[in-house]
Design a protein. Structure first.
Length: 138
């Protein structure tokens, strides 16, 4: 199966498939005499797996590990479960950060709305002194 057909079948771009090959997530396929890549059903399944776990938020380095587990004879579930738990924890942390950001944006918008009711309006966001220390990134 040629790269264009594989890309269409899985919903990836040709460039994405080549990227996965360059990053050793997918073995380089054999080529025809004309130089076209020839993919197997196993390659298609691997690409579908990569796309699925990338959609779950796994980074390429994490996907390498998952592919190694997938390729082992035992296919242990405990390491995968641990990785999923870590990913869920990351998502929950990001959601909490987004909720804090949403709260701050609502406060800033309320402040702007109050100021716009006055004449002449001065933007409180542009004139407000920073009274809080920026949060350190973890």
């Amino acid at each position: 199966m040629q790269i264009g057909l594989v890309a269409k079948k899985i919903g990836l771009t040709v460039d994405a498939i080549r990227f996965y090959e360059r990053n050793a997530l997918l073995p380089r396929p054999p080529r025809t005499q004309g130089g076209f890549r020839q993919y197997t059903e196993t390659d298609v399944e691997t690409l579908a797996f990569i796309r699925r776990v990338q959609g779950l938020g796994f980074k390429l380095s994490e996907i390498h590990g998952l592919l190694n587990l997938r390729g082992s004879r035992l296919q242990p579930c405990a390491p995968v479960r641990r990785r999923l738990e870590e990913k869920l924890s990351d998502v929950r942390r990001k959601l909490a950060d987004l909720q804090r950001l949403e709260h701050e944006l609502r406060l800033a918008l309320r402040s702007c709305n109050r100021e716009l009711q006055k004449r002449p309006a001065h933007c409180p966001i542009l004139t407000e002194r920073n009274s809080q220390k920026p949060e350190s990134k973890k």
